[in-house]
Design a protein around this ligand. Sequence first.
Ligand code: FA5
Length: 362
Amino acid sequence: MAGQVPAKVDIIGASSELNLNLDHTRLMGNPKIDVPLAELRAEALRALGACTAADIDGWLARYLGRKGELTLALRGIAERPADERRDFGAAANALKDELEAALARRVEELGGPAKGSVEALDVTLPGRRSLQGRLHPTTRTIRDITSAFSSMGFQVVEGPEVEYDHYNFSALNIPEDHPARDMWDTLWVDRADADGRRRMLMRTHTSPMQARIMERQKPPVRVVVPGRCYRYEATDATHEWHFHQVEGLAVAEGITFADLKGTLLEFARRIFGADRKVRFRCDYFPFVEPGVDMAIDWKGRWLEIMGAGMVHPRVLSGVGYDPERYTGFAFGMGVERIAMLRHGIDDIRQFAANDLRFLSQF
Ligand code: FA5
C-alpha cells in the first residue's frame, strides 16, 4: 500500500497554493487523523454539486457538522507529529473555508436557505431555555417541616391514606356513635364487612398513625408523619376537601406539657422566624388531654395551623403502653396553611388548581 501512495500529495488541488508534503502512511491508524484531505475535498465538492435543497443539511452534518469528517480532522491536529501540525492545520482550515464558501454558493444556486435549515439559523440569537421542573410548594413545605423535626431527633414515617375506621377513630378514643365523629366527616370506601358496616375510609387526619406506630414500637417514640388527608366539607379560602398534614408523636417516661410547648415554639421559630407571633389556646380533641391549638398571625388575625396535646391515657393503654409509666405529646399541622403563611398565599385552593402561573413562583 505504502508504495502506491505518492510521497508528495497536493491536498487542495492544482489551483491551490497550499501544496503540502504529506505522507499518507503517517495518517493511518488514528480515526481522528486518518483523513486524506484531498480525497475528502473531492468527495465533499462532488456531493455538494449533487445536492438538492433538501440534502443541504445532511451534507453540512456529514462534512462540517459537530461530528463531520472535516471537523474530526481538525480535532486531530494536536495528535499529529509536531513538525506536521502547522501545515496540516493550515491545510485543513483552508479546506474548511473553501467548503463553507462552496456551500454558500450552492445554497444561492438552489434559491436561498430552506426554512429551518442550518443556514437559516442565526447563531447570534440567545438560545431557547429548556423548561425545568420544580417541586410543588406543598412538597417543599413538607420537606422543610420534616427536616426541622429531624434535626430535633424525630424520625419520618408514612402511612396509608385509605384507613380502617378503627385507626382513624376508635383507637383515638372516638368510639362509634361518639359525637366527636361529626368533627371529621369523610369519604367512605364502598366495602362493607359481614355486618354490613363500612369500615374503610379516606383518612381524615394523620393521627391514625399514632396507634399504628405505638402498636409496633416500644417507647421511646419520636416520629413525624407527613401525608394527605380527606374531608367531606365545603371549600373556601382556608379549607380544602383534601390537604396535607404532618403528625407528630413523642412518647417516653417523663414527657410533660412543657416539652410539647418548647418543641412547637422551636418549630415555629425555624419555619416562620423568631419574630412571627404564635398563639396557643385550649382546644378539644378526644385523643389528647389537655388539648390545644396553635395559630400564627395572618393579615391581622390568627390562622390555626395545628391541633396538639398530651396523648390521652386511653390511647396509650389501647396500644398496650402503661399510662402510669409513659406520657407523651402529639400534634397534627396543616401543611398548606403553613405554606400560605410563609409565602403570603391568600387562597388554599391554589395548591390543587394546577395553574403554572401560581406554581412557577416557587
Ligand atoms: C386534627 O386533624 C387532629 N388530628 C390534630 C391533632 C393531632 C390534635 C394530634 C391533637 C393531637 P384539625 O381538624 O383541627 O385536627 O386539623 C389540624 C390542622 O389541619 C388544622 O389546624 C389545619 O391547619 C389543617 N386543616 C384541617 N382541616 C383542613 C381543611 N379542610 N383544609 C386545609 N387544612 C385543614
